[in-house]
Design a protein around this ligand. Structure first.
Ligand code: HEM
Length: 479
């Protein structure tokens, strides 16, 4: 088998520079130019970029056991996340996934709906008509508050000294430091007194202190060794038992909580932020959203029972994650043996790259890919998208464990905000994508709040709920 086509790159660096300069668009360009499988070299590493859903299924599902996430990911992430779900492999990963899965059962996460709406309403109480806000910062704070409450029942107010706030600050330091390491392509030994290492050390000390305290308090509140179910994810993780009756150790709990906190807010925040941006640029796609929330909710806060009647709102979120997938690239997978994927031989030790950002913009799967068109995700049309051609949450045994949680959260937040405000992009700012661990707007996102209607706080004050779903209109597209 011959090696697939791809960019030549420079003698020593290979494709390092174009990738580091603008990773998303570089991957998109080579995917468009070279097709289903693209070979590239970065320094001495061999990468195969997969752009075909069948090949992607092979790597993520059918032959997943022949790959492991790349060493670079482990080196960078495990310093903070230890041996949690994101950063473990093999039988250990399978056990942890088994133990954590019940915490994400739909029945269980449905209990978090009220919390999600309540925190959104708190945010709206701060918003003032015609005010200009950094919506990226607001969404980040909101999703962090929600993950703190649902994960370990803590109020993540931003005051200093508050556990969740300190954990949040530590996570952001960690993300910053990790982004630098990804850009460099290697980690520096933790003992080197670089600025990043010093920052990471302090952040890690705070992070560990608070997480250990939270877990110890739970243990201390146990009665006769029985952990009380406080309704949060941590309770579920503590109560979880494997078939042999074993439960997670405190160290394992620490690693899983650290992982869920880190993985569980920035991604959702970015999805929401990009959705407000896309809607502000595409009035034709925004109009049905406002119609839908007005018809169904009539000024009251949404509940879980409303979600099936708000399908367009969900379509907006799905289309946003097509164009702006928060996880714009999956962790590279390293072949543990020689593997054949479709027509391609992937030698042991080489890496497979799957980049939702590039995949989701291929015209083969998404005609006029640069256009924001939520109607791609009507139930009928969504079925026509190849299963591994749309991957905001990854796929296979390592698919995002929080995917239902995140979709429910984004759905509720979007419906709560959309009926109260229309968000307009403040002109004159450059909206640039920062492709770091997640895909975020590089300089925040300043938006002006146009009021739509006042809140109706009690169900009694509201008009009866409209049960039928609004009809979708053909949405005119603007660039
Ligand atoms: C819109 C929001 C989210 C997006 C786009 C997203 C995306 C992803 C993706 C693509 C992966 C797979 C990465 C890979 O295969 O390399 C993943 C894994 C993971 N996500 Fe999410 N995620 C989101 C929200 C959440 C939330 C809310 C939580 C938890 C509360 C969470 C927890 C995790 C965990 C623990 C993993 C590792 C799973 C494993 O390897 O077994 N994520 N996420």
């Amino acid at each position: 088998m011959t090696r697939p086509p791809g960019p030549k790159g420079q003698f020593l660096l290979g494709s390092l520079l174009p990738f580091a300069r603008d990773p998303g668009n570089f991957l998109l360009e080579i995917a468009r130019q070279y097709g289903d499988v693209v070979y590239m070299r970065v320094l001495h590493n061999h990468y195969y970029l997969l752009n075909n859903p069948d090949d992607i299924r092979e790597v993520l599902v059918n032959q997943a056991d022949k790959f492991r996430k790349s060493q670079l990911d482990y080196d960078i992430l495990s310093r903070f996340l230890g041996n949690g779900l994101l950063t473990s492999e093999g039988s250990h990963h399978r056990r942890q996934r088994r133990l954590a899965q019940p915490a994400f059962h739909s029945k269980r996460i449905q209990a978090y709906g009220e919390t999600m709406v309540a925190y959104t309403e708190n945010l709206l109480a701060e918003w003032q008509d015609a005010q200009v806000r950094d919506v990226a910062a607001d969404m980040m704070r909101l999703t962090m508050q929600i993950v703190s409450k649902t994960l370990f029942d803590a109020d993540a107010v931003t005051s200093k000294g508050n556990a969740a706030a300190t954990i949040g600050e530590a996570i952001h330091t960690f993300q910053d430091v990790s982004n630098h390491a990804y850009l460099r392509g290697f980690t520096l030994p933790a003992w080197l007194p670089t600025q990043d290492n010093r920052r990471a050390k302090t952040a890690l000390a705070h992070y560990n202190h608070h997480l250990e305290q939270i877990i110890a308090q739970r243990r201390a509140a146990s009665v006769n060794g029985e952990v009380a179910d406080k309704g949060d994810l941590l309770s579920m993780l503590m109560l979880a038992q494997d078939e042999d009756g074993s439960a997670m150790s405190d160290q394992q709990l620490r690693d899983e909580v650290a992982t869920l906190f880190a993985a569980g807010h920035e991604t959702t925040s970015n999805a929401l932020t990009w959705a407000w941006y896309a809607l502000s640029q595409t009035p034709g796609a925004a109009a049905p959203l406002y119609d839908e929330v007005d018809t169904v909710l009539r000024g009251r806060a949404p509940t879980l029972a409303d979600l099936p009647n708000l399908p367009y709102t969900l379509m907006v979120i799905k289309e946003t994650m097509r164009l702006y997938p928060p996880a714009w690239i999956l962790s590279a997978r390293t072949a543990q043996e020689d593997v054949t994927i479709g027509q391609t031989a992937i030698p042991k030790g080489s890496h497979v790259t799957i980049a939702p950002y590039a995949l989701h913009r291929l015209p083969k799967y998404f005609p006029d890919p640069e256009q924001f068109r939520p109607e791609r995700f009507t139930p009928e049309r969504e079925k026509l998208i190849p299963k591994y051609g749309y991957l905001p949450f990854g796929g296979g045994p390592r698919v995002c464990i929080g995917n239902s949680f995140a979709l429910m959260e984004a759905h509720l937040i979007m419906a709560t905000i959309a009926q109260r405000y229309r968000l307009h992009l403040v002109p004159g700012q450059e909206v640039k994508m920062a492709m770091q661990i997640t895909l975020s707007p590089a300089n925040g996102l300043k938006m002006r709040l146009e009021p739509r209607r006042k809140a109706t706080h009690s169900l009694d004050e509201a008009d009866p709920i409209a049960i039928s779903s609004p009809q979708f209109h053909a949405v005119p597209i603007s660039a």
